[in-house]
Design a protein around this ligand. Sequence first.
Ligand code: MLT
Length: 411
Amino acid sequence: MPLVNEHYLTLTGAYLFPEIDRRVRAFQAARPDLADRIIRCGIGDVVGPIVPAVARAMHEAIDELADPARFRGYPPANGYEFLRHAIAEHDFRGRGAPIEDDEIFVSDGSKGDCGHVLEILGPDNVVALPDPVYPVYVDTNVMAGRTGPAIDGGGYEGLRTLPATPENEFVPDPPSDRVDIAYLCFPNNPTGATIDHDGLRRWVDWANANESLILFDAAYADFTRDPSLPRSIFEIPEARTCAIEFRSFSKHGAFTGVRCGYTVVPKDLHGRTRGGERIPMHRLWMRRWTTRANGVSWPVQRGAAALYSPEGRSQTEAVIDHYMTNARMLRDGCAALGWHAHGGENAPFVWVACPRCEDSWTFFERILHEAQVVITPGLGFGRLGEGFIRISAFNHRDRILEVVERLRGMC
Ligand code: MLT
């Protein structure tokens, strides 16, 4: 009998979103009369469809694969040049961020890469994570054996916490003690908070001064409405020596099911061996990709590239407008009930303080039972998420209006 990876046994409970699904199914089984009334604003899954420019590009790509003269086999492990070039031009160089095409690694999504990156990082690094936080960063560290046991009330020994609270507008300060790796996510999941250039520069300066690494998750960058805000950490050029960035097509491109994203690893970024030798992280990440994967499929990469065409960009803008109008309606609706609502202005999530000091799972159950609306309890994002809920704006407009109406009916 093989030995199992016992680090998995350190994980507390199920992953957040399956646990929410389990509770929703339990409610549906108990109340079949209300089962069809449920509106889901929990996991940030989009309601689609993919935009016409993407659909056409993917159809054409399938036709090519069906044509013996145009068939393609293995793609380059790090992505086709046409897609890496479009990404580097549009998402980085066009915004003054000095990123080269071959610093982009196309993948099947940023969620996977957020965990895979640990493979090229030594096990003894001191890791700091915001609280509340996207649980994937925490759980993948646990699975990789980089933490101690779970702590009562949330979290794991060995991980440093960067508190993200209303007092600091959910933007943590760089740590004052030794940290090798810090995770940041802006626009933030779950709080919807943003960071400005000065705030980001403080983090980059801290990382360069301490030879630390920032793992920067910018999965929601395209939802940034305020043109003065940075979309990438590489808009601070000095981040080239201290950051890796993760990006996603899932939400603005309706790719949650298609699966495509990318990771940026600058060639100026180095780690070190125990003996002190400087090692380019780009070399290790390339080695990881060429060994472990055969890249992303041709139709998916053609579809992703279509997001950058003029037609694709204007169609996608309309999608983003739709979700951000939803977010504003949710935020205004909560505020009208006297609930303290954050986020929702440059991110598709609204972060709401539970009224009457309810705990977040209790409030989750109450909203489910009284309004048949699914939200995400803040505790699922960490100990400091307790007392908050997250409402996702990814839904149809009539559903969002109905959610606002039903929440009003609960009060
Ligand atoms: C979320 O709701 O936090 C995200 O949709 C989950 C994910 O992207 O994996």
